[in-house]
Design a protein around this ligand. Structure first.
Ligand SMILES: *[C@@H]1O[C@H](CO)[C@@H](O)[C@H](O)[C@H]1NC(C)=O
Ligand SMILES: *[C@@H]1O[C@H](CO)[C@@H](O)[C@H](O)[C@H]1NC(C)=O
Ligand SMILES: *[C@@H]1O[C@H](CO)[C@@H](O)[C@H](O)[C@H]1NC(C)=O
Ligand SMILES: *[C@@H]1O[C@H](CO)[C@@H](O)[C@H](O)[C@H]1NC(C)=O
Ligand SMILES: *[C@@H]1O[C@H](CO)[C@@H](O)[C@H](O)[C@H]1NC(C)=O
Length: 618
């Protein structure tokens, strides 16, 4: 194995990261060297679980749960038995959690992937639309792919520890496949003859674009450009059936429609070509024009769902892991299907592509004539037509229901919390707690994703940003006579500490889930702690959040995970912060713009508080 030296300068100051990396090992083989995900001690989880409940449930409920937990942890009790089961599982598997997690969080989840699961990313707008831009972007992704293929992708580090790179091998040439009860994911990265094409969709028409020459070299930007132009020129009709919109439906309905769709041989081959393709590029029709200050929000919506059946929702294959979106009006971004990977690998791919696009020059290459990209045909039977109509209707309801606000907080970025020796992520999370508290006069269960990639095949656990200390701080903030700064400092430190626990595999959420799934696997009665009201409350995440830092000035966005909640994603840059806040219009109690405004106010108020307080008081 060739050990190559790489110098990568990524310094992401935050909860999940502090990735500083120096050299690589072979990225694929190195994952076998990573530690296995531990099972946290039972008592510890029970204790932290009670602490997490304290600011959220009322004292009587808490007392009830405390009793159930005492029973659960008794020596020789149910908890011990399940814990042993989990410990056995760690000996048999690469990762005791990852298969369970993939199933329960993604493949068994039946809501549409659109809005409910797939995150979008808004990239800076193009000055003017051009297919050359699209060609460069494609070449940039292929350049990233070559590092995956030749296993020279630099290993990322977190707190000095190498991270599992497996997710990078899952995002290209992969696709989700619907089922009537559960879905599956296929990937063709590691097969003997990996695919050499991408799919391009324009005016709802899909094309296979071969992006490698017969000698295995990737097409040049010039060549890709010519091929894109051919595709563009032969898909100018706008009256085609939006076959792709089927993928936006509820998974059971789509699963049924899928089985019907692929009965036809041509349809089956067309679907396979999309599934196997390295990724998809969606050349979108222009969206209604909006003012500059609305632009980001509209772009966020376009990335998340395409705007409805009238616009670009049919110009997608939502099951496809990676879809880059380039709008004729200059909009640019992507959407990805969440099952194979978290945000950070996707964003580091974007960072690479954006860098590549900056430096790459158009080199005029001698033009060997290339074949016309193949158009994928679909036979639309009356049944399929009916399924398309149903999917359109559901898509339009979802589009109407999504309440979105993408904004830039321009007063400061990571720089300010760093100057206060505070973790920027903890700082932002506390501002969010404050914003929420000011609107609702109470705290709510908050999810922040934490990376478990320090461990082999690691995905995520939950940082519970609502803590006893955050609760004290938000209540004190608008009360004139308290030690606000000290309470803020304590809350920030508590967040940091929980984050550290989480990335070391010691958080409570996945452990509790594991204990529950172990009980189900043992065909044993479900322990009472899982039928308890507290457990339902603590898993109802009114705030679902994620920090996805990037070097590129972009922002990821996603929908809420509960009908009466918010999705909040942010990218803290040095001197500003990009935010995306989502909610549902059908919920009377939530409003994305209102929370976004409250968040801005909270950030500014906390800054003022810290600036007014002499440092010595800390
Ligand atoms: C909860 O339990 C504690 C100690 O067992 C007791 O002092 C307290 O009154 C109880 N609170 C409620 C609301 O039941
Ligand atoms: C691997 O791919 C990268 C990116 O294209 C390239 O720079 C590098 O030379 C390749 N390395 C090997 C060993 O082929
Ligand atoms: C996809 O990835 C999984 C997990 O890494 C692997 O087991 C499987 O063989 C891959 N290939 C296909 C075609 O699904
Ligand atoms: C596409 O159409 C435009 C306008 O008609 C034409 O100038 C261009 O040469 C065509 N491109 C290809 C590759 O056919
Ligand atoms: C969060 O969701 C719960 C459950 O639907 C709801 O009762 C509550 O009002 C929401 N907000 C807060 C602040 O808990």
């Amino acid at each position: 194995v060739a050990h190559r030296l790489f110098q990568v300068d990524c310094y992401l100051w935050s909860s999940i990261m502090t990735l500083c990396l120096l050299h690589t090992q072979n990225t694929l083989t190195s994952f076998h060297l990573k530690p296995t995900l531990p099972v946290p001690p039972l008592q510890q989880t029970c204790e932290y679980y009670l602490a997490a409940l304290t600011p959220i449930v009322d004292p009587e409920e808490l007392n009830h749960t405390r009793k159930l937990l005492e029973e659960f942890q008794k020596p020789g009790g149910v908890g011990e038995r399940l814990q042993k089961g989990l410990e056995q599982r760690t000996k048999k598997m690469e990762n005791w959690l990852s298969d369970w997690w993939l199933q329960t969080a993604y493949l068994d989840y039946r809501m549409p992937v659109v809005v409910h699961s797939s995150p979008g990313v808004v990239l800076p707008r193009m000055d003017i639309f051009s297919l050359r831009y699209a060609a460069k972007l494609i070449a940039g992704v292929l350049d990233f792919k070559s590092m995956i293929d030749n296993e020279t992708l630099p290993v990322e580090y977190l707190g000095g520890k190498p991270l599992c790179m497996n997710q990078y091998y899952q995002v290209l040439s992969s696709c989700r496949i619907p089922g009537t009860k559960r879905d599956t994911v296929v990937n063709y990265t590691l097969v003997k003859r990996p695919p050499t094409h991408i799919t391009v969709v324009h005016n709802f028409q899909f094309f296979v674009l071969d992006v490698y020459n017969s000698d295995g070299t990737p097409l040049t930007i010039d060549q890709i450009y010519i091929q894109l132009e051919k595709i563009w020129n032969s898909s100018l009709q706008t009256n085609k059936e939006p076959i792709g919109i089927l993928t936006s439906n509820h998974r059971n309905s789509w699963g049924k429609a899928y089985n019907n769709l692929i009965k036809d041989k041509t349809n089956k081959e067309s679907v396979r070509a999309i599934q196997k393709s390295i990724f998809t590029v969606c050349l979108d029709a222009p969206m209604p024009r909006v003012s500059d200050d609305m632009y980001r929000t509209c772009a966020g919506v376009q990335m998340l769902h395409g705007g409805g059946s009238r616009w670009n929702s049919g110009n997608r294959w939502f099951d496809k892991t990676l879809q880059f979106i380039i709008g004729e009006d200059g909009t640019c971004g992507l959407i990805y299907e969440h099952a194979p990977a978290e945000g950070p690998p996707i964003v580091s791919l974007i960072d690479h592509v954006v860098e590549y696009m900056k430096k790459s020059e158009m080199v005029r290459t001698p033009m060997v004539p290339l074949r016309m990209p193949q158009k994928l045909r679909f036979h639309i039977t009356p049944d399929i037509k009916k399924d398309i109509e149903e999917a359109k209707q559901n898509m339009n309801i979802m589009a109407h229901d999504l309440d979105m606000k993408v904004s830039v907080f321009s007063h400061f970025g990571k720089d300010f919390p760093k100057s206060q020796k505070m973790s920027p992520d903890a700082f932002i999370q506390m501002a969010l707690q404050l914003a929420y508290y000011r609107i609702y006069k109470r705290c709510c269960p908050t999810y922040e994703s934490a990376s478990l990639r320090m461990f082999r095949l690691g995905r995520t656990d939950t940082i519970r940003s609502t803590s006893i200390d955050s609760d004290k701080f938000v209540k004190a903030m608008d009360d004139p006579n308290t030690e606000k700064v000290a309470l803020l400092d304590k809350a920030v430190k508590a967040h940091r500490a929980y984050t550290d626990m989480a990335i070391r595999g010691q958080a409570i959420d996945r452990h509790l889930l594991g204990l529950k799934l172990q009980a189900i696997e043992d065909l044993a009665a479900l322990p009472e702690i899982f039928m308890d009201t507290s457990y339902a409350v603590v898993l109802h995440f009114n705030l679902s959040t994620s920090q996805v830092p990037a070097k590129t000035n972009c922002v990821m966005c996603f929908g809420p995970v509960v009908p009466d909640g918010y999705g909040v994603c942010y990218n803290p840059m040095d001197t500003h912060i990009n935010f995306a806040v989502s909610a549902f219009n059908s919920c009377q109690d939530t409003n994305a713009a209102r929370l976004a405004q409250a968040l801005e106010d909270a950030l500014l108020d906390i800054k003022t508080l810290l600036e007014q307080t002499p440092k010595a008081k800390l």
